[in-house]
Design a protein around this ligand. Structure first.
Ligand code: LLP
Length: 422
């Protein structure tokens, strides 16, 4: 193998580009397994009575569901489609958490029919609809209440969710929470197990988790004292960040969660509360760095004294994050590894939008048409957020592991684009 080639989980990226075409999502199974095992060792085995649910919204396919389930993780789902995919992958439905700020009646019924393990209830409309259907089916559904702890997280405002002014969850105002909890306790076919919060995503530090935890434990204390309700479960959401570009930090499980667990144990002891079952819901942290997207360079356009645009055969349709969140990415030329960087270029996608720029100003070796560009850390919120904008078929997904590769999602065809049309 040419030493100038990018190797990822034992596979040559230029060979994969040639074999499957570009754009191509490449996912490293070894990387996913490594993260799952870190969670197992440093969280699930270290702390009794804990669960970890992989947040499917980051990347869901049948194969990912099977891989993380085999590693002992549960799943966080947020739509009928995600539940259906998990079901088809053979995941025990008891392992599912079902989220959403406006679950449809169809989805609520589906959660009951499939006997989803936990429904994370966001509002009273949903509470009543869930209870009605569970009564009709003569089952008892276990629920958590999603609370809005009123903490800010240091991340982009579009992916920050814990603040009071949020469309998610029940605001933690003592006048309303008591009534909500009483209401849930009165429901004939629901069993309130506890609470859930999620403060935000791509977090390098755990300060907002610590702040939210303090709020949640106070709530646990208050509802025990006023209503005699003992919290059995606390789901502290996802949000642990990863490395995209220089300066980003991917915390280890221990670094991020040990202080949170210590705080929980200390506070529960102080208030005379039993320590609840704790669930975490990492998405990005498990799959983000496991992904690389490969593109072929096409047009190269130099605007004298201004900038050089390097056009690739994908863009915002396969990765909308730069346009949506000003997300930054790092990339290399997969067939020119080890060559010194020579020029500063801007990587432009092929969509008909000025905002379709994947990377502004990146230093690369001399770029030529036909080169294979590899963009790193695209495993989370890329494939899952991909669209057919400009009628571009979605790329294939290939799983690599120790030098072998297998297709897990085939490339869409033009026929797929019109398949649903009448
Ligand atoms: N649990 C809940 C209830 C969530 O809302 C989320 C993410 C997660 C877990 C997983 O968060 P993670 O561990 O992946 O940070 N599309 C955005 C991210 C949106 C995250 C929404 N909720 C992005 O591309 O950055």
């Amino acid at each position: 193998m040419d030493k100038q080639e990018l190797i990822f989980d034992g596979c040559s990226m230029t060979e994969l580009a040639a074999k499957y075409g570009t754009p191509l999502y490449v996912m490293s199974e070894s990387s996913i397994l490594e993260r799952c095992r870190e969670i197992k060792k440093d969280f699930l085995e270290k702390y009794p009575n804990t669960r970890a649910a992989f947040a499917c919204k980051a990347f869901q396919s049948l194969e990912i569901c099977r891989i993380v389930t085999k590693e002992g993780l549960s799943l966080d789902t947020v739509s009928g489609g995600e539940i259906y995919t998990a079901f088809k992958a053979g995941v025990p439905m008891e392992n599912l958490y079902f989220h959403g700020n406006n679950k449809s009646l169809e989805e609520i019924r589906m959660a009951v029919d499939y006997r989803v393990g936990r429904v994370v209830v966001d509002n009273l409309y949903e509470l009543e609809a869930l209870n009605d259907y569970a009564r009709e089916k003569n089952v008892t559904m276990k629920i958590l209440y999603r609370i809005t702890p009123g903490v800010d997280s240091h991340t982009h405002k579009f992916i920050s969710t814990g603040q009071l002014d949020s469309k998610f969850g029940i605001p933690l105002d003592t006048r309303v929470t008591g009534a909500y909890i009483k209401k849930a306790l009165d429901m004939s076919n629901l069993e309130l197990m506890g609470f859930h919060f999620h403060v935000g995503s791509q977090l390098a530090v755990n300060d907002s988790h610590l702040a939210a935890l303090a709020v949640a434990v106070n709530l646990m204390r208050d509802v025990k004292n006023s209503l005699g309700f003992e919290t059995q479960e606390l789901n502290i959401g996802g949000g642990i960040g990863i490395h995209y570009v220089e300066g980003d930090h991917r915390p280890t499980v221990s670094e991020f969660l040990d202080p949170v667990m210590k705080e929980l144990y200390d506070k529960c002891e102080k208030h005379g509360l039993a320590v609840p079952l704790v669930t975490i819901e990492p998405g990005r942290w498990i799959v983000g760095e496991a992904g690389i997207t490969l593109y072929t360079v096409g047009s190269i356009k130099e605007i004298h004294n201004i900038r050089k645009y390097v056009g690739v055969d994908g863009g915002m349709a396969d990765n909308p994050r730069p346009g949506l969140y000003e997300a930054k990415y790092n990339a290399v030329i997969a067939n020119k590894m080890g060559l010194p960087t020579k020029e500063k270029v801007t990587i432009a996608g092929k969509c008909c939008e000025s905002s379709d720029i994947l990377i502004w100003d990146i230093e690369l070796p001399e770029v030529e048409s036909g080169d294979i560009l590899a963009v790193f850390s695209t495993g989370a919120y890329n494939y899952s957020m991909a669209s057919n904008y400009n009628r571009i078929p979605r790329p294939a997904v290939v799983m690599v592991k120790d030098g072998s590769d297998r297709l897990i999602v085939r490339r869409e065809t033009y026929e797929d684009l019109i398949a649903k049309e009448i």
